[in-house]
Design a protein around this ligand. Structure first.
Ligand SMILES: NC(=O)c1ccc[n+]([C@@H]2O[C@H](COP(=O)([O-])OP(=O)(O)OC[C@H]3O[C@@H](n4cnc5c(N)ncnc54)[C@H](O)[C@@H]3O)[C@@H](O)[C@H]2O)c1
Length: 318
């Protein structure tokens, strides 16, 4: 899928990795050459994808060439528009600051910030609806918002796993073919902690394992039922974002607070990456139409690579 002309929704987009995702999506393709224009009728409106204002009025003039014939006039095509991105985050201050900074670099109308706590079902549903109303479509969903909180571990499950599942179902509702959607890509953010045990972050680790199991499973269903939506997971190693500060806080680490130096030693050992490296992985997944149900690992030592699985998936092979 080309990023150009697409609309993306990124949860936790106000800072850290989410912010880097937004930056990469906006930067990607912005300078690509315009596609040869092709006259085509406007897409039919659907209850999920309202027609843009005035779309219904565009009609083929009498005596003009048939739709689809190449013309010398330059009509905009979807791919000739750069991507547009909605940043969802519960942190309104950081969200507005990010939006203002992005507006300095890119046209202001290319982004929208929507304050939203992903654990609030109605807020999340409302935010998806707003994105469709604002940009007229949805092609890419990145369920990225996450926390490291072993003390309030129930909320960690709500944010890191339940909301990723809900965001995936909402994305499918809007993008799934056969349901009024045009297809799309969903990327759920896990962690290397989703692939191995982590002594002092057991609940974080459990949620990230859950994200991988859920995303791989729903990707199988999407493939078998031709949803037209690809679903993949990204598992970063340590990344230099504000979440790393949580390791130094008792209110986050709870009973594991005394082990904070162990985690810091691990960071020194494995290295800490820049968020832009994770954004490279995101763009790779969006652009490579062969990727579905994959688990992309990104580490300081090996860069972008994929988890290999030997087990046969648990399906009836219909
Ligand atoms: N930084 C790392 O080392 C690292 C490594 C592996 C995976 N990850 C994962 O990457 C994702 C992004 O993390 P980050 O490092 O950018 O962290 P971060 O703390 O810098 O950013 C997380 C963002 O999510 C938002 N958020 C948190 N709870 C929310 C909620 N309930 N509703 C809406 N927004 C909420 C925060 O306000 C923040 O803007 C997380 O899922 C995290 O688990 C991070």
């Amino acid at each position: 899928m080309h990023v150009n002309g697409k609309v993306a929704l990124v949860t936790g987009g106000a800072q850290g990795i989410g912010r880097a995702f937004v930056q990469a999506l906006l930067g990607k393709g912005a300078k690509e050459p315009r596609e040869e224009p092709l006259l085509s009728p406007p897409p039919p409106a659907s209850p999920l994808r309202p027609a843009p204002a005035g779309a219904g009025r565009r009609q083929q003039p009498p005596g003009s060439p048939r739709w689809g014939t190449r013309q010398s006039v330059r009509l905009p095509t979807r791919r000739s528009f750069p991507a547009q991105v909605a940043l969802l985050d519960r942190n309104s201050e950081a969200g507005q600051e990010s939006k203002a900074a992005l507006d300095e670099q890119f046209e202001a109308q290319r982004t929208v910030f929507i304050q939203c706590d992903v654990t609030d079902q109605e807020q999340l549903k409302g935010a998806f609806k707003k994105v469709i109303e604002h940009f007229g479509r949805l092609d890419i969903v990145v369920n990225n918002a996450g926390v490291n909180n072993e003390k309030d571990w129930e909320s960690t499950i709500q944010i890191n796993l339940t909301s990723v599942i809900r965001g995936t179902y909402l994305g499918l509702e809007y993008m799934r073919k056969g349901n009024g959607g045009d297809g799309g890509v969903i990327i759920n953010i896990s962690s290397l902690a989703g692939l191995m045990p982590v002594a002092f972050q057991p609940v974080y680790c459990a949620t990230k394992h859950g994200v991988i199991g859920f995303t791989r499973s729903i990707a199988l269903a999407a493939n078998m039922e031709n949803y037209g939506v690809r679903l993949n997971t990204i598992c970063p190693g340590f990344v230099n974002t504000p979440i790393l500060q949580s390791i130094d806080k008792e209110e986050n680490m709870g009973q594991y607070y005394s082990y904070k130096d162990e985690i810091k030693n691990m960071m020194r050992f494995y290295g800490v990456m820049d968020p832009s490296r994770i954004a490279e992985g995101l763009i790779t997944i969006i652009e490579d139409d062969t990727l579905n149900g994959e688990v992309m690992k990104i580490t300081a030592s090996q860069g972008i690579h994929f988890q290999q699985y030997s087990q046969t998936p648990f399906t009836s092979k219909r």
